[in-house]
Design a protein around this ligand. Structure first.
Ligand code: SF4
Length: 366
């Protein structure tokens, strides 16, 4: 299914081998939560994120020692055939930024307004220019400048981010990605709209400190859903407390739901008194089976045939409960009635067949 999203025209910014903004599709980001100095743990987590579908990984660089590990982290990733741009998250200390750039970081996230003297800003800008790496600047609702506090919060947030942009522009630097971060959904939407109207730099969007899984999924889906449909998002992070792999899974599901990415769509009914098998466990099993799939495939899992006949026919493959077992649908047709266990085996067999067909078609198209 096509999506109706028309993306705003933003500048293209190169991060490693990837483009953010311009005509590029929305990229998925996440962030490690390991101690960056622990190279093996950090590399392991970056690999897990990339395996899950993450396209840009941010690592915290709280001190010089962490920044000095960037090169070795990149080398270890190369040995493992993991190719992903790394973004260094830096606060205040320009020496960390310089060290990270020297060590081969692909992008830095630092606010020039927090660096201190003009000389320090000039040095960071010069180093970033020499290596051709972009700088992400922005504002966070938790640390708004005092002199902007009289403004409505979303506007203050946007203006604080734009202030950082202007500092870089003043130093002749325009390889910029902008982010305005709030943990409030409405503030996130309004502040991003504001910035998108003023500058054409690509926007990194996400609800910050969105909370644990449920809270984040709801907040992030609303804010990102609205902004994606308005064409404002160039790259995104769904922030979730806990294992960052969940952030990637959620981001992929969001983009698939908006028809911006290919991926599986597992439809399952909410169950009721008519349900004849454990819909939830079958749906979870099916979701696991197709979790790494990057092709469109619609699978329906329905507790009975009351709605199942119609809905199952829209799916590539499906299963629905009947009095003595289940029926299995394949490409709009009921292909048989089975005992539950046999039906489940048939369902998985058909899913694998569809995936193999898609893979073969993909290979033949080259
Ligand atoms: Fe109930 Fe059947 Fe609808 Fe599932 S599909 S909720 S079992 S009526």
């Amino acid at each position: 299914m096509e999506t109706l999203v028309t993306k705003r025209t933003s500048r293209a910014v190169k991060v490693g081998n990837l483009i953010i903004g311009g005509d590029a599709p929305i990229t998925i980001q996440s962030m490690t939560n390991t101690d960056t100095k622990d190279v093996e743990a950090t590399v392991k987590q970056i690999k897990a994120l990339v395996d899950a579908g993450c396209e840009i990984v941010r690592i915290s660089l709280p001190d010089l020692e962490s920044a000095r590990k960037v090169r070795v982290i990149k080398e270890r990733l190369k040995e493992l055939n993991v190719e992903v741009p790394l973004v260094g998250d830096i606060h205040f200390d320009y020496r960390i930024a310089l060290e990270a750039i020297k060590q081969g970081i692909d992008k830095i996230r630092i606010n020039p307004g927090n660096i201190g003297s003009e000389l320090k800003i000039v040095e960071v800008v010069k180093a970033a220019k020499q290596r051709g790496i972009p700088i992400r600047v922005g504002a966070n609702s938790g640390s708004l400048p005092k002199d902007l506090e009289h403004l409505p919060r979303a506007q203050a947030l946007a203006e604080a981010a734009l202030r950082e942009v202007r500092i870089l522009e003043k130093h002749g630097f325009d390889d910029i990605v902008v982010s305005v971060k709030s943990s409030d959904v409405v503030e996130t939407i309004e502040s991003n709209r504001y910035v998108a109207n003023v500058v054409d730099y690509p926007l990194h969007v996400g609800v910050t400190e969105a909370g644990t899984l449920y809270n984040s999924l709801i907040k992030s889906s609303i804010a990102l859903g609205v902004l994606i449909l308005e064409g404002i998002v160039d790259t995104l992070r769904i922030s979730i407390a806990g294992d960052p792999v969940n952030e990637v899974i959620a981001a992929k599901k969001l983009l698939t739901a908006l028809h911006l990415r290919k991926g599986p769509n597992v439809v399952a009914c909410p169950t009721c008194a008519r349900t004849v098998f454990d819909v939830e466990s079958v749906a979870l099993e099916v979701e696991k089976l197709v979790s790494g799939v990057q092709e469109d495939i619609a699978i329906s899992v329905l507790g009975c045939v009351v709605n199942g006949v119609g809905e199952g026919k829209d799916a590539d493959v499906g299963i629905a409960g009947v009095r003595d077992g289940v029926v299995v649908f394949y490409k709009g047709e009921i292909i048989g009635t089975y005992k539950f266990d046999e039906g489940l085996i048939k369902l998985k067999e058909l899913i694998n067949r569809i995936l193999a067909d898609k893979k073969a078609k993909h290979v033949n198209s080259f």
